[in-house]
Design a protein around this ligand. Sequence first.
Ligand SMILES: C[S@@+](CC[C@H](N)C(=O)[O-])C[C@H]1O[C@@H](n2cnc3c(N)ncnc32)[C@H](O)[C@@H]1O
Length: 339
Amino acid sequence: MSTDYLIIEQFLADSLQARALQAAFDLSIIDALAAEDCVVIDDLLRGRDCDVRGGHFLLQMLIRSNVITKKAERVGFTDVFRTALKFRDLLTTKLTFSTLVAPDYFNSLPNLLRSEGDFMASSKLFELFDYSRCQDVTTANCMQASRWMQLTTMLTRYEAPVCHSHYDFGQHQRMLDVGGNSGEFVLQICRRESQLQAVVVDLPVVCQVGQRHIQTQPERDRIQFCPADMQQEAFPTECDLITWKSVLHDWPDDRVPGLLQKSYNALPPGGTILIFERQRWDFSVEETPYGLLPVMLFFRSYREPDSYQTWLQQIGFTDVNVQTIPLEVPFLLITAKKS
Ligand SMILES: C[S@@+](CC[C@H](N)C(=O)[O-])C[C@H]1O[C@@H](n2cnc3c(N)ncnc32)[C@H](O)[C@@H]1O
């Protein structure tokens, strides 16, 4: 099932335990346990960058979080963690980025509560997602962009198949993904739709990194990158589907209608717009696992579906359809047609 990856969330719930799990990856304890079913504790800890008490503390944390079980003097993975380890790329990415931005939450919560501007000035998160360094294609800018693109790419690798399982992409021939980043979204969709060609619009540095990202994939010849500023330039035409995956929340309310209007202008009659992104969620109802930190810190940006519905209808889109998909938080999947 496309949502099987959500099994990792239980290991990302508690910040102290998740941080311990990250240390277990860093100390290669996870690799050692993956190689053997059940390992003698002394052998497992020997030669690692921890003393005996430190090693035992770490193993106790891992037992508490259901990563490992202990029998006599041996430890091994629980069945559920062994299954979760199939999604190791996503699990380790979420651990890395949560730890990176955790000081933003713990040290700058007063700023976060005061305003987005105050928080932006003091946070690692916004320093990381610095789009102003995505215009000039230099080695340094590509390296900087690759860093944050690891997070977007990894989330999208698992979210794209969910989108695909809720919408019939088989009816389309050519899609445009605006803010399409590394091309991971179109890559996942094209992999499942052999008829489909795709165009990715993003900033020049991001397109450069994206081009490299897909270059070894069999679908690469069906994916074209188009470096452009989505605000300044008209969108490529001749696509019967325009997708917005986790992009529109980046833009304030006074900019979104303009971007949707440009989509309308670029679509042929009968063409479709598709929006897939996190919906505003209620922290009093939803769990807020530690692994959610990098996306949670943008809480001001997520919207209810009605805003998008209203804008789409005002522009002239018809057949507006809204689905809410429960992932680690609710996702919106909105489609509408140009008649
Ligand atoms: C939050 S990321 C989402 C990326 C991707 N769609 C995903 O879901 O993984 C927003 C994307 O919009 C791109 N972007 C930001 N400003 C842009 C602009 N003015 N023109 C084109 N792309 C832009 C960023 O480079 C980034 O790839």
